[in-house]
Ligand binder design. Structure first.
Ligand code: SF4
Length: 67
């Protein structure tokens, strides 16, 4: 992941996010395939930004390493 040489920790924003929360690598070859291949869905995005962030927080909780 460009900008995250040791990997991106859960909960940390992507280093490639711009100040207005857009992808700084959009349409550039170094944009990771996992980002370019992501297919947004209603389940993922919800009705608004808060719903999308809540879903992301849920995914991070259920995929966090056991401590
Ligand atoms: S699309 Fe990928 S590279 Fe771009 S800001 Fe989001 S996570 Fe980062």
């Amino acid at each position: 992941m460009p900008g995250h040489p040791a990997g991106k920790a859960a909960g940390d924003p992507c280093a490639n996010l711009t100040a207005d929360l857009r992808c700084g690598l959009w349409q550039r070859p170094e944009r990771p395939a996992c980002c370019g291949g992501l297919q947004a869905s209603e389940e993922m995005c919800g009705a608004d930004r808060d719903a999308a962030l809540s879903y992301l927080a849920h995914l991070e909780r259920i995929t966090a390493p056991l401590s």
